[in-house]
Ligand binder design. Structure first.
Ligand SMILES: [Zn+2]
Length: 234
């Protein structure tokens, strides 16, 4: 099952790459052995990041129904089950320059999201607070007040997203007044909080880092020109 070249974002280095047959490896293991579903195909697919500085890889496995053909066996239809083997969690690996406590809360919120949405939302709230305090330097007694303080500092779309997610994440005055008050959180709601954190990490930390890198390149190039020019004059 070879795919044509396609665009892919590496979950490790986050670069967008064009994946060619050279970058992937796949294997189809078919079995029947009198199992209740009939002939099955377990398809494993490894993708290696072409970025020479990264070269990390992902592995997914998918189980399909399979059919005998004149040439052997082929898989049919959509996967019955799909597993992300590497990376295992839905958590995106974020770069090291994002403070470790923020990344840890985010990763644990992802891990526990379907098992305990309540615990996941609690971690996400703490993570959101950590981001606001670290990135914006806003520290108040309550998260709800910290969020309110953000309103005039950020663009209106980001503000709307935070404000919309705030209500489902139980980020309200009542939450902080009574720590024993536990409001039920649905898995989809906990997931939305996680998605919000991902957007904020990208929009704030990663954008700032990329901008700094670009500016450093411009500065280095300008300095190079200036010293070349000075060299000419001598
Ligand atoms: Zn990569």
């Amino acid at each position: 099952m070879s795919k044509p070249d396609y665009s892919w974002t590496c979950p490790y280095c986050r670069q967008v790459a064009t994946i060619k047959p050279d970058n992937v490896s796949s294997y189809l293991h078919t079995f029947e052995r009198n199992n209740k579903l009939g002939l099955l195909g377990l398809y494993t697919y490894a993708t290696v990041c072409p970025n020479s500085k990264c070269r990390d890889f992902t592995i997914i496995a998918s189980l399909y129904n399979a059919q005998h053909t004149t040439n052997g066996v082929r898989v049919v239809g959509e996967p019955i089950i799909r597993w992300d083997l590497k990376p295992q969690s839905s958590a995106k690996p974020f770069p090291d320059y994002i403070p470790p406590p923020i990344r840890q809360d985010y990763e644990e919120a992802c891990l526990i999201c379907s098992l305990s949405p309540k615990a996941s939302a609690t971690l996400s709230r703490r993570c959101l607070q950590g981001i606001i305090r670290d990135y914006w330097g806003i520290t108040k007694a309550r998260l709800v007040d910290e969020i309110a303080e953000l309103k005039d500092k950020i663009d209106s779309t980001t503000w709307q997203a935070i404000d919309a997610v705030r209500s489902i994440g139980n980020i309200g005055a009542h939450m902080e007044k009574d720590i024993n008050l536990i409001v039920d959180v649905e898995p989809q709601e906990a997931d939305l909080l996680i998605r919000l954190i991902e957007v904020l990490l990208e929009e704030w930390y990663i954008r700032r880092h990329e901008r700094d890198e670009h500016m450093q390149k411009v500065i280095a190039a300008a300095q190079g020109k200036a010293s070349a020019k000075n060299g000419d004059n001598h």
